[in-house]
Write a protein that binds this ligand. Structure first.
Ligand code: ZN
Length: 408
């Protein structure tokens, strides 16, 4: 009997027919013997994450697939990103993400990423704990030039504009209130003062004197964006009673795991880029299922390659995932394996779209259908039909024996 489940999301996997790929999608055109065999062993369908034609963001798509109502649990990207950096949020906190960049004496941005600095942990420590008007700033280092910032205090609002202008050669924006409320005005004011204080602290930092002495640009300015106010969200364990882990390379998806209270498992070589070690992630998954009841596994690059309009690259990355998928045949017999995407990223479009994506569910006792290839069109004739994103967790719970009786 099935008792555990794996939800493997291949980000942006879905696509449309591509002329250079003989009018097949990258997934249809890719050589995928392992994914095809998993499809043949299971039940397939198409899945519409937020409803047909609605174009999902990766953040809202993942929360929906994990069974969260985005009207109740989605508060912008900032809170999810900072959760992924290990910061524990409290209701009322305002979370932002950002970069450490370089500005000159006139405050013009010379480099938004401070020469692609690889480690900002020393700078984050210098900024962590700054307090302004009773608001404490908690600062955590992200990967490379990135930082996460949490504002903790009374009377805050997420209705403040980005300070990061997203381009160099100009001055950073001053955060302004986006609505006419005392909370938004207060937050914008405190944030402005924090940014100025941070610039002062960073400019005097010994770490920056060392960087400049080595000919590197000083990391002397915090460029912040994406404010979101956390209002509380039940953990995955509270919701389903399942001990869950997350295996992901890219920050946002580690964030999704942490935000829903899952254990985020580090895998060396998991980068969130096309060079990621997919096999190492799948091997870690097999190991984790000895401890956990549920695993959310995320593979990013099909989406990024789709956004780069690189159809060939997307197809090749799918083949790389397929080769690693050989490991998935070693999953224990009591594990349900679900493979799908969070949305389509058609490579001729170069951005997310509202097209449904293929889904397969494989495990003991599922009603195996006649689909024997994992692709957008083969899956359309599968036994699952068209699944709604918000129903995926319900069907997982149903198949692992945890479905709730409606009525008596
Ligand atoms: Zn995505």
């Amino acid at each position: 009997m099935l008792r555990k489940a794996v939800l493997l999301i291949m980000d942006g996997l879905g696509d449309r027919p591509v002329r250079e790929l003989d009018d097949l999608t990258p997934l249809e055109r890719a050589r995928t013997p392992n994914l095809d065999r998993l499809a043949a062993d299971g039940i397939c369908g198409l899945m519409s994450t937020l409803g047909l034609g609605r174009v999902p963001g990766s953040d809202t798509a993942h929360l929906t697939l994990l069974g969260y109502d985005i009207g109740e649990c989605y508060f912008g990207r900032g809170p999810i990103e900072v959760a992924g950096l290990g910061l524990k949020l409290e209701p009322g906190d305002v979370a932002l993400r950002g970069n450490l960049g370089t500005v000159d004496d006139s405050l013009t941005i010379i480099d938004r990423r401070a020469g692609r600095i690889t480690d900002v942990s020393g700078f984050a420590r210098e900024l962590d704990g700054i307090e302004i008007e009773g608001v404490r700033f908690i600062v955590a280092p992200g990967t490379g030039h990135r930082v996460g910032v949490v504002m903790r205090g009374k009377g805050l609002s997420a209705q403040v504009s980005d300070a990061d202008p997203h381009v160099g050669g100009v001055k950073p924006h001053r955060p302004v209130p986006l609505v006419d409320s005392p909370e938004a005005r207060f937050t914008a004011d405190v944030l402005t003062r924090f940014i100025a204080t941070a610039h002062e602290v960073l400019s005097k930092s010994r770490l920056n004197q060392e960087r400049v002495a080595r000919g590197l640009p000083a990391a002397n300015y915090v460029l912040l964006r994406g404010a979101g106010q956390y209002h509380g969200c039940p953990t995955f364990k509270d919701r389903y009673g399942l001990n869950a882990c997350t295996i992901a390379g890219a920050g946002l998806y580690k964030g999704i795991g942490a935000y829903t209270g899952m254990t985020v498992v580090d895998v060396p070589g998991a980068t969130g880029l096309p060079n990621t070690d997919v096999r190492a992630k799948f091997q870690k998954l097999v190991e984790c299922l000895q401890t956990y009841d549920f695993a959310f596994v995320h593979v990013k690059a099909a989406d990024s390659l789709g956004e780069d309009r690189n159809c060939q690259g997307k197809m090749e990355f799918i083949e790389k995932v397929d080769a690693a998928a050989e490991v998935l045949f070693g999953l224990p017999d009591d594990v349900l394996l679900v493979i799908t995407a969070d949305h389509s990223t058609p490579c001729e479009l170069g951005r997310h779209s509202g097209d449904p994506v293929p889904i397969l569910m494989r495990g003991q006792g599922v009603r195996v259908d006649s689909v024997c290839a994992f692709g957008e069109r083969p899956c359309a004739s599968g036994g699952l039909g068209l699944v709604q994103g918000g129903d995926v967790m319900l069907e997982i719970l149903n198949l692992i024996g945890l479905g709730k009786l409606v009525g008596a």
